[in-house]
Structures are given as C-alpha cells and as structure tokens.
Design a protein around this ligand. Structure first.
Ligand SMILES: Nc1nc2c(ncn2[C@@H]2O[C@H](COP(=O)(O)OP(=O)(O)OP(=O)(O)O)[C@@H](O)[C@H]2O)c(=O)[nH]1
Ligand SMILES: [Mg+2]
Length: 253
C-alpha cells in the first residue's frame, strides 16, 4: 500500500513537538523538563533508527496511561511492549515515561507513543501538561482496590478538563487475574463505563489478558478516524472489543 508521504517531515527527523529524541525508543521525563515538552497532533515519522526497523511507520498517535498509583499502568505497558510481567516489589513511576510500539493495523503501520504517567497525586501537574496532545487515554483502575474504582469519576473530570474534546478514552479494570482479592465486579466496571459512554474491558498485566487487545483496539479507532472517508461509518470500538473477546472465548492474551 502507498505510504502517506504527507506525514513525513522534510528533515526526516522527529518533530521537536513530539518531545521524543530521534530514534529513541523510550525514556523518562523528569518534572523539571516537562514545561519544555510540547507535542501537537499526529506524531511525524522520524528517521528510522538503524538498529530498530520497527521505527518505520505510516501514522503515529499519542496514548496516555492514567489512573491511581499502583493500578498497574507501568506493568500493562511493559507487558504490551516486552511481553513480560514486572513481578516483585512495586516501583512507583516518577514523572512520566514513554515507550514506542508499531502495530500493523489492516496493512497500515501505526506507531503508538505510549506515555506512562505517575499516579501519585504529587505528580498530577506533570501529567496535566501532557493531556492536551494525547489522542487516546487508557484509564485504569485495580479490581482489587475499591478506592481506585471510586476515583474513576474524578479522573474523567480531570480528562474532560485537560484533554482534547475528541480524545478516545477506554476504561480498563486491571489485575483481573486476582480472583481472591477482587472487590470490584466486572459488571460494576461495565456499568460505570456505560454511564460515561466509554468502552470497557478487564485486563491483567500479569496473565496478559486483553493487554494486546486494548492497545490494538485504540490503534484501530485512531487509524480509522484519521484515514476514513467522509461517508464511511464510524469504527465501533466497544463492538470490536466485544467481538474479539467472544472470538477468543473471553480470555485473550
Ligand atoms: N496480580 C496483579 N498484579 C499486578 C498487575 N499489574 C500490576 N500489578 C502489581 O501492582 C503493583 C503496581 O504496579 P505498577 O504497574 O507499578 O503500578 P502503576 O499504576 O504504574 O503505579 P504508579 O507508577 O505509582 O502510578 C506492582 O506490584 C505490580 O506487580 C496485574 O495485572 N495483576
Ligand atoms: Mg507506574
């Protein structure tokens, strides 16, 4: 298929607006650096790093992981990016981190630049600076932590305040593997998501349940939005997710 030439910048380097050093796969931005990092719209393709062919892509989007501290944002990202689970002691994210991953969505190379935010209250102002340029937000709670679920409404209020009006939001109930410790029922998550009109699914960074699917669904939605013709119908995100989960017999890794 033909590549979208229009998206490539002239120099072939990463747009400074992305805040991502050229050819860099991921990194951490400390609090002090944040005010200088501004990003806007679709990320422009950068010159592919020689060591990493996965940098070739057609379109790119920014996705942010948000939610209370300890819900599993970092673990979800590591599971998606590296296919591994970060077991052991909990190391809370400081500031903000990012990782890139290129997905093949119906023949189109879609790069997701995924920003892993710190859930701790003291980093909230850092996170706010990034909302504006996010194309999608994965909002997590922990099914074993009622407070993280109760805080979802506050997170959505914050999202509406700081993010773009048309940002794609998906609610994820993480740690679905923890059956013994579970305190939030799947139906409660579904109900809340319905109330706020956002798609929902349960995930597990430990087992891998629905991890790939959550990012793929977001990538599909964003790709569809940016490439669809005016007469084409909207991509039905929740219907796609439901269909995929049915096909996989509920538990997809
Ligand atoms: N059982 C289980 N534990 C998980 C899962 N995901 C994360 N954890 C554990 O939950 C703890 C917190 O995970 P993190 O990914 O660091 O949490 P976070 O949301 O990034 O936290 P902050 O960086 O402070 O915002 C760690 O001890 C993980 O091992 C999961 O899917 N299942
Ligand atoms: Mg973290």
């Amino acid at each position: 298929m033909s590549r979208k030439k229009g998206l490539k910048n002239k120099s072939g380097t990463a747009s400074p607006s992305t805040g991502t050093p050229s050819g860099k796969e991921g990194g951490r931005i400390g609090k002090a650096l944040v005010p200088g990092v501004q990003a806007s719209g679709v990320v422009h393709p950068s010159r592919p790093a020689l060591s990493n062919s996965s940098e070739f892509y057609d379109i790119a989007f920014k996705v942010m992981l948000v939610g209370d501290s300890g819900v599993g944002k970092t673990c979800l990202l590591v599971r998606f990016k590296d296919g591994a689970f970060l077991a052991g002691s909990f190391i809370s994210t400081v500031g903000i981190d990012f990782r890139n991953k290129v997905l093949d969505i119906d023949g189109v190379k879609v790069k997701l630049q995924i920003w892993d935010t710190a859930g701790q209250e003291r980093f909230r102002s850092v996170t706010h600076a990034y909302y504006r340029d996010a194309h999608a937000l994965l909002l997590l709670y922990d099914v074993t932590n009622k407070a993280s679920f109760n805080n979802i409404q506050a997170w959505l209020t914050e999202i509406h305040e700081y993010a773009q009006k048309d940002v794609v939001v998906m609610l994820l109930g993480n740690k679905a593997d923890s059956t013994q410790e579970r305190v939030v029922k799947r139906e409660d998550g579904e109900k809340l998501a319905k109330e706020f009109g956002v798609p929902f699914m349960e995930t597990s960074a430990r087992s891998g349940l629905n991890v790939e699917l959550s990012f793929t669904a977001i990538a599909k939605e964003l790709k569809h939005r940016s490439m669809k013709g005016p007469d084409e119908p909207k991509f039905q995100l929740q219907a796609y997710v439901n269909q995929e989960m049915r096909t996989a017999g509920c538990c997809r890794t």
